[in-house]
Design a protein around this ligand. Structure first.
Ligand code: NAD
Length: 386
């Protein structure tokens, strides 16, 4: 079985899907691993590092695609790449099946089997494959550094002969994986941290990191589903949260927003008035930019200045920490691949409780009900549904 890794084509992407250590583990499972020359350079890994780990390094991208039994990617391949794969080949990576399902039609038409890391169920058995959590961890960490780098002051409390420097104040909105990492990072840098989340369960985690949890009376409504994820709130409940946030935003030096509701537009947590109420020199880092943003004024991948306040909404922070992001990601995908490899051969068991739910297309059919619903409105007549 030939596992192929290509150089990522998305602009500015520095990550690589497999690091050399992961290659060694796959070779130990009797797989053959081939990598496009230069694919690891953004993550500080050379062709020699890959060769030493047991991979074949190949310059011809088209030949690699044609030979691939499994193509492992960070970002979804181009339509042209799908068309060069063999029928029955497997593609594994962040494929954005829920927000851009139609972009996977070329894979469906080619008879390619696609597995999306976004769909890996968050059950205990699949924890080692949870690439969303890995990338959220990196993003939460880096968001705080971006804010710290931008504000015109220091983070820690300092008592010096020239006077006392008070600590910076950081407000984190959404205390899931990214938010908790942002809190931990801001605390390590010495900031005083407050955080808000609609899930009451997040309160204990926030406090255990030494931050203050902001609570608001939402009238006892249900804020999370059975899986522990936030649900979409009513406008009234959102407004109560926004009022609380606007009050605490006035004293914050850095605000990191991470609030998401799976499969939905990100909730708006700060409007223009809330931003205008902030201090000059303060910074907002909106990590929900890819799903519409938590802050009305922020624009994906742009720096917006308003009355001395800076708003940033970087959509690929993990790509700016390519060594560790790639290391975590390649461990996640290797753990998933180990479910597909038996005696060095590809063996796909759709009844497996991790493999089946992660599959998007297989044998010319859409395999995931959530993806199928997203496609339904504009479904071309020739697409067969399960
Ligand atoms: P996410 O990225 O979907 O959302 C980020 C945070 O935004 C969540 O904490 C959510 O509650 C919050 N949020 C949503 N709407 C909000 C609003 N209007 N105001 C304020 N906050 C709002 O979530 P995530 O970080 O991927 O994880 C969320 C939950 O899943 C957490 O409980 C986490 O511990 C859990 N989780 C479990 C596993 C596992 O069991 N393997 C893995 C990862 C995460």
């Amino acid at each position: 079985m030939n596992i192929v890794v290509l150089k990522e084509t998305v602009s500015g992407e520095q990550r690589v899907a497999l690091m050399p250590d992961a290659v060694k583990n796959l070779v130990a499972l009797k797989a053959v691993v081939s990598i496009e020359s230069g694919a690891g350079l953004g993550a500080a890994r050379t062709d020699d590092d890959y060769a030493a780990a047991g991979a074949s390094v190949v310059a011809d991208r088209k030949a690699l695609l044609a030979d691939a039994d499994v193509l492992v990617v960070v970002n979804r391949p181009l339509a042209d790449d799908f068309s060069r794969l063999k029928k029955g080949a497997v593609v594994l990576g962040f494929l954005r099946p829920l927000d851009e399902p139609h972009a996977l039609t070329p894979a469906l038409e080619r008879g390619v089997t696609t597995f999306a890391m976004e769909l890996v169920p968050r059950i205990t058995r699949a924890q080692a494959m949870d690439a969303l959590s890995s990338m959220a961890t990196v993003a939460g960490y880096k968001a705080v550094l971006l804010g710290a780098n931008r504000i015109p002051r220091m983070f820690p409390l300092l008592m010096t002969a020239a006077g006392t420097v008070p600590p910076a104040r950081v407000l984190v909105l959404g205390a899931g994986v990214a938010g908790l990492q942002a809190i931990a990072t801001a605390r390590r840098l010495g900031a005083v941290v407050e955080a808000y989340d609609v899930r009451a369960a997040a309160g204990e985690q926030v406090r255990s990191l030494g931050a203050k949890f902001l609570e608001v009376d939402l009238g006892g409504i249900q804020t999370e589903d059975k899986g522990g994820y936030a649900v979409e709130l009513s406008e009234e409940a959102l407004k109560r949260g926004r009022d609380l946030i606007a009050e605490h935003a006035k004293t914050a030096d850095v605000i990191v927003t991470t609030a998401q509701v799976p499969g939905k537009h990100a909730p708006v947590l700060m409007d223009e008035a809330a931003v205008s109420g902030m201090k000059r020199g303060s910074v907002v880092v909106d990590l929900a930019g890819a799903t519409g943003g938590n802050v009305t004024l922020s624009k994906p991948d742009q720096v917006v200045e308003r009355d001395g306040i800076t708003l940033m909404a970087p959509t690929n922070l993990p790509g700016t920490v390519p060594v560790h992001a790639s290391q975590l990601y390649s461990r996640n995908v290797t753990a998933f691949l180990s479910l597909l490899i038996k005696d060095g051969e590809l063996h796909i068991d759709m009844n497996d409780d991790v493999v089946g739910p992660s599959c998007v297309t297989h044998g010319g059919k859409w395999m995931n009900q959530r993806v199928a619903s997203g496609l339904e409105a504009t479904r071309p007549a020739n697409i067969q549904m399960l």
